[in-house]
Design a protein around this ligand. Structure first.
Ligand code: TMP
Length: 214
């Protein structure tokens, strides 16, 4: 992990396209870690701090054309900078573990893979905003498009925000972006099959962080 001043806790992120079950799994993973006696901060992006939650509203609950892709990437980076400075870095410095639902790899996949921004530019914004902080492990949840659509319908949120509501070609490009990032960083990333029962998926996540557990 990038040094942010003697951080001691572990930083885990869940990543993936829409409807893969990240939020459910983030809760389950945090609970499993707590059961092992680890102090865990559960958080999410965009959001996770009051300022970042305000930016989340601007990003997700606005007209489709409210932001161009550069402004959008800057807003995600700004939200992340506040979240890292006020929540994530202090937690890691205390020795807590952090389980975060989405992080910079979502910007790389959505604003990069989906919207065509240059990956190096996104990482420059991340270097400026968040000291280039990277997770110790990033868990990429994947399921096929039909199952993802079914899960989104089941939770009643198919297409209900500015980004989720984009056309399927955009989301396919996002998924290709995630796959490429994971393939390029095999030490940090694990690709997790998110199909099947929630408990089985959680067991796969635990297995994928086994080497980090105390
Ligand atoms: P959520 O549905 O997981 O809460 O995420 C909100 C939306 O924001 C989702 O469509 C993914 C998108 N997003 C980006 O486009 N870039 C980012 O950096 C992040 C964190 C989320």
């Amino acid at each position: 992990m990038t040094d942010i001043g003697g951080a001691r806790g572990r930083f885990l992120t869940l990543e993936g396209g829409e409807g893969v079950g990240k939020s459910t799994q983030a809760r389950a993973l945090a609970a499993a870690l707590r059961a092992r006696g680890i102090k865990v901060v559960e958080t999410r992006e965009p959001g996770g701090s009051p300022g970042a939650e305000a930016i989340r509203e601007l990003l997700l609950h606005a007209p489709a054309d409210a932001w161009g892709r550069e402004a959008e990437a800057l807003l995600f980076a700004a939200a992340r900078a506040d979240h890292v400075a006020r929540v994530i870095a202090p937690a890691l410095a205390r020795g807590d573990w952090v389980v975060c639902d989405r992080f910079v790899d979502s910007t790389r996949a959505y604003q990069g893979g989906g919207s065509g921004m240059d990956d190096a530019d996104i990482m420059t914004l991340h270097a400026i905003g968040s000291h280039g902080l990277l997770p110790d492990r990033s868990l990429l949840l994947t399921i096929d498009a039909e199952q993802a659509a079914a899960r989104r319908q089941a939770r009643g949120s198919a297409g209900d925000d500015r980004i989720e509501g984009r056309v399927s070609a955009f989301h396919e490009a996002v998924n290709r972006g995630f796959a490429a990032i994971a393939a390029a960083e095999p030490v940090r990333f694990r690709v997790i099959d998110a199909a099947g029962a929630a408990e089985d998926v959680t067991a796969r996540l635990i297995a994928a962080i086994d080497d980090l557990l105390p």
